[in-house]
Design a binder for this molecule. Sequence first.
Ligand code: FES
Length: 109
Amino acid sequence: MPTPGTDVTLCTVDELPEGGMRHIEHMGYDLLLVNLDGKFYALDDACTVSWAMLSEGTLDRGSNAVVCSQCKSAFDLVTGKPKSGPAKFPLNVYEAHVVGDDVIVNFTY
Ligand code: FES
């Protein structure tokens, strides 16, 4: 059974328009928040290859992935797993949902 986490409001819906992504630091963690087609995703922002931040990369709508600006690794937004490129290890993913105007991420410390 998964460990129950804590719901944390990371931003408002207005602060993350459709097709956008942003870096949010929370409790010392670098997080990537994405809004793709009105669905919100939360993953680790620090990549698993070098020192790049994935929030400085691009979104690939066709494959529902974020692509690293440096090594071009593509990570699945739902599973965090690398789909292509040199990356071998997955990103942590967090459950994200909207309540009212707030984007809430369930975070396990
Ligand atoms: S340099 Fe980190 S995933 Fe590309």
